[in-house]
Write a protein that binds this ligand. Structure first.
Ligand SMILES: Nc1ncnc2c1ncn2[C@@H]1O[C@H](COP(=O)(O)OP(=O)(O)OP(=O)(O)O)[C@@H](O)[C@H]1O
Length: 243
């Protein structure tokens, strides 16, 4: 990771699109070097908030600010539901794609080291089409990590995976993203309770971020049969059903 992972503050954040306010005066604080889970109903604006944080959209009012006072531009990595691997590029070249796009010499040793850490050393010369969905998401994770960005934004990255593969991805992501300021959007209460070192529910009119209790200490991923996790998961289901 390049540089310290900053905390991120939303100050009076407003976004108007097509004459409609998606957010107005939204406030929030995502802690430094922690994984924050973001929950909320469909269409409430979770992806839009991540796009604002990534600098892909400009706010109409307010700001997204890092606590070190430096711009977030160039310090943010992105991982989405779609792995966005180039089908014609081999796994290793997909991991190093950022270098190629920037016209830099690719760091093959770094890419290979990361592929080894995500358990794909044997597949580095494979094409994405020959990999399973879980393997492809591991390549996507290696590609994000290759960039070494201190802030990582994850928009439902595991939602297309089967349940067991998803649990394995939690272990991998928690280990590999340790120390990054990570925001993870999910609709899955189990994922939220396993992975969240901070949890926010996005909802209401106007849209607000409400902090939820963290089910246990900061060590993630939490065990699926941890009683505190199971209680928090049941509470989350109730909140989501009532929303
Ligand atoms: N480019 C755009 N132009 C106009 N409105 C948009 C645009 N992108 C998103 N919106 C609107 O912003 C709102 C928030 O959408 P967003 O995709 O951020 O929600 P979400 O919470 O991520 O939903 P989901 O959980 O279903 O992915 C929606 O009402 C959507 O229609």
């Amino acid at each position: 990771m390049t540089g310290r992972a900053p905390a991120i503050t939303l100050r009076g954040l407003g976004l108007s699109m097509d004459g409609q306010w998606v957010f107005r005066n939204l406030e929030g604080l995502f802690p430094a070097g922690r994984l924050t889970v973001l929950l909320g109903g469909s269409g409430i604006g979770k992806t839009t908030l991540l796009r604002l944080m990534a600098g892909l959209l400009s706010p109409t009012t307010g700001e997204v600010a890092a606590d070190d006072g430096l711009p977030l531009t160039g310090r943010v990595g992105w991982m989405g539901q779609n792995d966005m691997l180039l089908p014609w590029a081999r796994v290793e070249d997909n991991v190093m794609l950022g270098s190629r796009l920037r016209g830099e010499a690719p760091d093959r040793a770094r890419a290979r080291g990361l592929l080894e850490q995500v358990g794909l050393a044997q597949s580095r010369a494979a094409l994405p089409a020959s990999l399973s969905g879980g393997m492809r998401q591991r390549v996507a994770l290696a590609r994000v990590l290759y960039e070494g960005r201190p802030v990582v934004l994850m928009d439902e990255p595991f939602s297309a995976l089967d349940s067991v593969t998803r649990l394995r991805m939690h272990e991998l992501a928690a280990r590999m993203l340790s120390g990054c300021t990570t925001i993870l959007i999910t609709h899955d209460p189990l994922e939220a309770c396993r992975m969240g070192q901070a949890l926010f529910m996005m909802g209401g009119d106007p849209v607000r971020l409400s902090a939820l209790p963290v089910p246990g200490d900061a060590a993630i991923p939490r065990a699926v049969d941890d009683p505190a996790l199971l209680a928090a998961q049941a509470d989350l289901w109730r909140r989501m059903m009532a929303a």
